[in-house]
Ligand binder design. Structure first.
Ligand SMILES: Cc1cc2nc3c(=O)[nH]c(=O)nc-3n(C[C@H](O)[C@H](O)[C@H](O)COP(=O)(O)OP(=O)(O)OC[C@H]3O[C@@H](n4cnc5c(N)ncnc54)[C@H](O)[C@@H]3O)c2cc1C
Length: 424
């Protein structure tokens, strides 16, 4: 090829490339991207859509709450060693620093055909891409009488951090000495596998210091402790002997609000003074209502390369609402990681670039066993092209050898880092 030809062909190729990227850039800049839910998944996605698009994508976050309250560390508020303000962060950095438009409202319906969402305030917004990260819904009907007991204020879940977290601590604080705090755990999968066992530790820690005749009853529908089992059991034996009683294979089927009595599939009834009943869980209500929950009507199947729902095009679902890959926990850390993969894929798709074919995710979950000592579980998940799912990387991650105060420092470091990463 002579020099003239080479320059001519190169110029044509560059011209095409410039035209293509110009068009693609326009697609990215024109697209309306709505993020529904400002929790661990949604807030991170909104911020990273702006970062990965060099602040050019139009991103609107819809969230009913005025500020973000973290479920991680909320068990310390239930146990009384920390306050709710210590786990609350504002949303305004997302708009001030990153240019995300925030609407304080909730989405009442999504029309995947017209590609619009309706807000509780009555407004309708169009979207080209929607990210849905509404967390979990508590299936109150899975325990007979639970909805009524909740309405009467007899039972609380505090499984979405906020006013119920504070109210549950108040119930614990006003429980008679000699009373029983019962926490029930549904069959997995549910939000945060180690969360209920950590909560039992926090409640026991409070009782050990304030109401020494009282106890915690863990009523677990599962065969055994679902996360960090050996570590929790050792702590219960060494730090909370005579305070925590663990009953596996105890599936609560009904509650009588008047007598505070729990009924089970097989075992005899049990009465308790404070009832913290965690029912079965499903994808957040808006995801189920939109028909996205195509795994047993409970969880949302997604394409793990871009987190697009397999039920509806251009709706990407993150966090606790999805049907997880094997050994992938429903955690805030995971939701944050889903968000980055989805945000990168959406920016790539709208820019005409290839989507990363081999994403890698990590997870760490810390559990406080008292106010200071912590244990962790960690894992690394690599996308497997042949099986189209994430697989745990052999030899990755691991567990703490024992609780330690050093891990307590790491746990607070993790929390401040992830809040800054998602919201700062
Ligand atoms: C006690 C406890 C301890 C935990 N500890 C840990 C831990 O140590 N580490 C860890 O990684 N994870 C932990 N988790 C799990 C973690 O909180 C969840 O996995 C995480 O919050 C999931 O993120 P998400 O975005 O799916 O949902 P969320 O963070 O719950 O966010 C959902 C958001 O969507 C909003 N929303 C819902 N519906 C609508 C709608 N229709 N319109 C607009 N907005 C809507 C909600 O208001 C909410 O802000 C814990 C959970 C609990 C309960």
């Amino acid at each position: 090829m002579d020099r003239r030809h080479f320059i001519g062909q190169s110029a044509a190729a560059l011209g095409m490339l410039a035209g293509f990227s110009g068009q693609a850039r326009a697609n990215l800049q024109k697209a309306e991207i709505l993020v529904i839910g400002g929790g661990y998944g949604g807030a991170t996605a909104a911020k990273y859509l702006r970062l990965f698009s060099n602040n050019t994508a139009k991103v609107t976050l819809i969230e009913p709450n005025a500020s973000f309250v973290s479920c991680p560390l909320s068990n310390l508020v239930v146990g009384g060693s920390r306050t709710i303000s210590e786990i609350t962060s504002p949303y305004d950095n997302l708009s001030k620093r990153h240019g995300v438009k925030i609407i304080q409202d909730s989405v009442t319906s999504i029309d995947p055909v017209k590609k619009t969402v309706k807000l509780a305030s009555g407004k309708t917004l169009p979207y080209d891409k929607a990210i849905v990260s509404p967390g979990v819904a508590l299936m109150m009907n899975s325990i007979e009488g639970l909805a009524q007991a909740n309405k009467a204020g007899v039972t609380l879940q505090a499984w979405k951090a906020g006013p119920e977290t504070v109210a549950l601590h108040k119930q614990l604080a006003s429980m008679r000495d000699g009373g029983t705090f019962a926490i029930s755990i549904p069959e997995a999968p549910y939000r945060c596998p180690p969360g209920p066992y950590e909560r039992a530790c926090q409640v026991a820690n409070y009782l050990k210091q304030n109401k020494t005749k009282s106890k915690v009853l863990i009523l677990d529908a599962n065969q055994d402790v679902t996360s960090k089992g050996a570590l929790f059991k050792k702590v219960w034996a060494e730090q909370y002997s005579g305070i925590i009683e663990y009953l596996p294979k105890h599936n609560v089927t009904a509650v009588d609000a008047k007598t505070k009595t729990l009924k089970f599939e097989v075992q005899d009834d049990i009465k308790a003074d404070v009832l913290n009943l965690l029912p079965a869980m499903s994808a957040g209500e808006i995801a189920v209502k939109t028909g996205l929950a195509n795994s047993n009507g409970r969880w949302v199947n997604v394409n793990f390369l871009n987190f697009e729902s397999t039920a509806q095009k251009d709706i990407h679902v993150l966090g606790d609402s999805i049907q997880i890959a094997p050994a992938m926990p429903k955690s805030g850390h995971m939701a944050n990681q889903h968000a980055k993969v989805a945000a990168a894929a959406i920016v790539a798709e709208l820019s005409g670039w290839d989507v990363n074919p081999a994403p890698v995710l990590t997870n760490t979950c810390y559990s406080f066993v008292n106010e200071r000592e912590v244990v962790h579980v960690a894992s690394v998940h690599q996308y497997n092209t042949a099986e189209k799912t994430f697989k745990t990387v052999p030899g990755s991650g691991g567990l703490s050898p024992a609780p330690s105060t050093l891990e307590g420092v790491y746990a607070w470091g993790w929390a401040h880092n992830i809040w800054a990463d998602s919201l700062g």
